[in-house]
Design a protein around this ligand. Sequence first.
Ligand SMILES: CC(=O)SCCNC(=O)CCNC(=O)[C@H](O)C(C)(C)COP(=O)(O)OP(=O)(O)OC[C@H]1O[C@@H](n2cnc3c(N)ncnc32)[C@H](O)[C@@H]1OP(=O)(O)O
Ligand SMILES: CC(C)C(=O)C(=O)O
Ligand SMILES: [Mg+2]
Length: 519
Amino acid sequence: MRHIRIFDTTLRDGEQSPGVALSLQQKLEIAHALARLNVDIIEAGFPVNGASEFECVSRIAREVQGPVICALARTHKLDIERAAAALESAEKRRIHVFTSASRVHLEYMLKKTPEQIIELTDEMVRYARTFTDDVEFSAQDVMRADFDFVLRLYDTAIAAGATTINIPDTTGYGTPLEYGALIKRIHDEVVRGRDVHISAHCHDDLGMATANSLAAVENGATQIECTINGIGERAGNTALEEVVMAIYTRRDHYQAETQINTREIYRISRMVERYTGMVVQPNKAIVGDNAFAHESGIHQDGVIKNKETYEIMNAELVGREAAVLVLGKHSGRAAVKKALHDLGYELDESQMQTVFQRFREIVDRKGPISTEELRALVESETAPTAHLFAIEQLQFFSGYGMLPTATVRLKTPKGEVTTTAIGDGPVDAVYKALSEAIEIQPELELYRVEAVTGTTEALGEVTVKLKLGEVLATGHGISPDIIEASARAYLDAANKLVAGQAAKHPPSLDEVQIKGIVR
Ligand SMILES: CC(=O)SCCNC(=O)CCNC(=O)[C@H](O)C(C)(C)COP(=O)(O)OP(=O)(O)OC[C@H]1O[C@@H](n2cnc3c(N)ncnc32)[C@H](O)[C@@H]1OP(=O)(O)O
Ligand SMILES: CC(C)C(=O)C(=O)O
Ligand SMILES: [Mg+2]
């Protein structure tokens, strides 16, 4: 197995993401987390940028043990001197000198001829070598450059002492085949067996950074430059978590390995997300919220039977919790049953049918529900209540300056009944309409409404206690709509009361509880 070095540039190229500026403390924390992740090299910054950047690189160099600490420098003596000074106390230090290779960069940006670039490269790589034995050389925008010039440039850098030659596709222009082919040419025609590492540095402008970096590995590269969550200039850099997990998961194909402690990946991903404010998209490979989540019934059923049906790696391997089954619109019975089992419920077929039907009604209306909400749902749906009355329709109007009015249509033992009432508020109006429809007037002893989870999208759970004569019944209702949950709770209790009254001798409260009619 070939060892692939992971060169992390979250603190340099990653911080170049528009709008991101990390504090010294944040950079230090990320650098320590990168050391725990066991990256080979940390590019800590670009010291000539200013005093605070210089201070960040110096502190990382002094305080972070393990990885090589690297600093960036243009082909300017001052840049190289600032980089060397910032790295002075590092246990292992690297200076990364860069120029450009493409015609557009040379002509318009650097205003230099190819010959001048060759000379400058020779001079500045040699100068960097006076400060350290570990010098990396890069030429920006190689994929839009003349490849013969690129080969000459890298040959010059190696002759001048570069120990790593980095091949940046600065503008994310290359395709995997093209980039891989260039790496192969550099490997065969420039490196030619010399002790020099070839490094891939890809940007994601066309969404090909990871594919291009892996193509480089297939063609002789032994270092990948990448960032946590793929942050960086414009569309970002190659994502560390993607290349590391691709090399690990497909080691049969790449015949290579990294030394990354993969179990730290998720933790550092969250840290970088928090500190940079660059939110990870839910479908982001490896670290996105959905990367190990399944909502579709067929997938959930497969994963419950054997998670390898739809998962190519274990979530635990990147420091996440095992696969998550999201209970939503696309879920089937298998996932709901599994979630209920995990919550401690074993339902018979008919209870399962009732719960699943109600589950579907709810997720169609409000989207996925949490396991807490499922618990509340199963509690309210499987209570041993006689279903004498059931809601067919419920309509209410309420608002400032309006009379709260409710109309309910109920299925009752006498057939369909529709009633309308006005109340002090929408719940009061609904309760009056329900009382009229079921033809009893119980007293409301308790009314309590709670959100099952703490968000405005949560299911509302309502508990009521109704008293009729000596009999007291508790009812529960659950719905995304709290007025509907209130109506369901009222009817749940009313059903119990009426079932009790239907007995030849109205039962006492104790008797009713023993029979399981009142909960
Ligand atoms: C692809 C990359 O990621 S490259 C790294 C990009 N990162 C950054 O630019 C972040 C840090 N940058 C900075 O702090 C500043 O731009 C500095 C300190 C480097 C330079 O600041 P300034 O002197 O104000 O120059 P400014 O940023 O306006 O322009 C960049 C200059 O660097 C030159 N330059 C660009 N790349 C190189 C290079 N590899 N070698 C030598 N000179 C270079 C440009 O030609 C331009 O020179 P000019 O001012 O003579 O025209
Ligand atoms: C400084 C170089 C390596 C760079 O970030 C790029 O070219 O993208
Ligand atoms: Mg870059």
